[in-house]
Design a protein around this ligand. Structure first.
Ligand code: ATP
Ligand code: MG
Length: 338
């Protein structure tokens, strides 16, 4: 388990001004979970993550990994603790003069593994990441996705308990991103490795994380289950950050038509599977004109948004809206004149 206990990190910038990059952050990462950290640029995400393997020392508080205050370890102890933590980056950081196999072997050599062990394990690792055929090529002949696979093989070479990912898929196209995320999920599942993942891509969080931490200006403003945070954000910053994730754009001619109520219906969890719209049509004298909609699954829980026009007499429309409000997660009229 990783425990951030009131962690703060300050830097002096070039003009000797103090920058408070991380401010009093406290939360825990559970063993075996995939936790995402999101926030705007400069929020302190990378700085916080780097305290886990002591690439960055906290200037206040402690980062505790498996019961050890990582800041108090020295020399051999720190080296040992670091080997139980793998890390991957956006820019891959491979050694260009070493082949794929040598890059992976290098991580094991540094950790003091024997030649026999390395000889046996490197092919297994390359098989795990689907690069057995590319063992003897140099990184510059690989695609971005393949480079990140080498990065992953290298990061898990010493059987770490924790894998830190800093924007690991940010340089990849959507399809390659999906492949790499699948691989991370597999590694998490197979070996029980705890994954802490920083990303600016909210889709990445929706796809593989169980919980998410939202950071703004060095502080954690919200933490929770991904489904809950995405479907019902509490903090204003989170609301703004997530405001476009479920956008459904309609042409102006529809949003500017005030003659019929335009209603956004948000379903969540089990309610997404109920026949709520058809019930409205059966129970009230209204027509429902479906204009837009989608259902997403986050951690296997459905979350749906539907935009409809209600057509009928005013009192029947009122009754329908009342019914929808009671039976959905959220129902709002979105074309009311202010
Ligand atoms: N070594 C350093 N010296 C001085 N200031 C630093 C240093 N590292 C980070 N900072 C500052 O600390 C703040 C947080 O930086 P950090 O890299 O942790 O943000 P981030 O959330 O990872 O942003 P991004 O999404 O852009 O990667 C920024 O204002 C940054 O300029
Ligand atoms: Mg960063």
């Amino acid at each position: 388990m990783i425990k951030f206990n009131n962690v703060s990190v300050s830097f002096k910038d070039k003009k000797s001004q103090i920058v408070h990059a991380v401010k009093n952050v406290s939360f825990e990462v559970e063993d075996g979970e995939i936790l995402g950290i999101v926030g705007t640029s400069g929020a302190g995400k990378s700085t916080l993550l780097r305290t886990v393997n002591q690439l960055q020392l906290p200037t206040g508080g402690q980062t505790i990994v498996d019961g050890n205050d990582i800041g108090s370890l020295s020399g051999a102890e720190l080296a040992k603790a670091r080997h139980s933590i793998g890390m991957i980056f956006q820019q891959f950081n491979l050694v260009s003069t070493k082949t794929v196999a040598q890059n992976v072997a290098f991580a094991m050599e540094i950790a003091g593994r024997s030649k026999e062990e390395i000889k046996q394990r490197v092919p297994e690792l390359l098989k795990l990441v689907g690069l057995s055929e590319r063992a003897n090529v140099y990184p510059n002949t690989l695609s971005g996705g393949q480079k990140q696979r080498v990065g992953i093989a290298r990061a898990v070479a010493n059987n770490p308990k924790i894998l830190l990912c800093d924007e690991a898929t940010s340089a990849l196209d959507p399809e390659t991103t999906n492949d790499v995320l699948q691989l991370l999920k597999e590694i998490n599942h197979k070996f029980g490795i705890t994954i802490v993942l920083i990303t600016h891509e909210l889709d990445v969080v929706k796809k593989i994380c169980q919980r998410v931490v939202v950071m703004n200006r060095g502080e954690v403003v919200e933490i929770g289950d991904v489904f809950d945070v995405f479907t019902n954000p509490q903090h204003e910053f989170t609301k703004t950050l997530l405001s476009h994730t479920f956008d459904l754009d309609l042409p102006d001619r529809l949003t500017h038509d005030y003659s019929k109520p335009l209603v956004r219906i948000v379903y969540n969890g089990e309610k997404a599977e109920d026949a709520i719209v058809s019930n409205v049509v059966k129970q009230y004298a209204v027509d429902v004109n479906i204009l837009h909609g989608k259902i997403e699954y986050i951690n296997d829980r459905p979350f749906g948004i539907l935009i409809v026009q209600l057509i009928g007499e005013q009192d029947e429309i009122e009754k329908s809206l009342n019914y929808l409000s009671k039976n959905t997660y959220r129902t709002e009229v979105i074309n009311e004149r202010n």
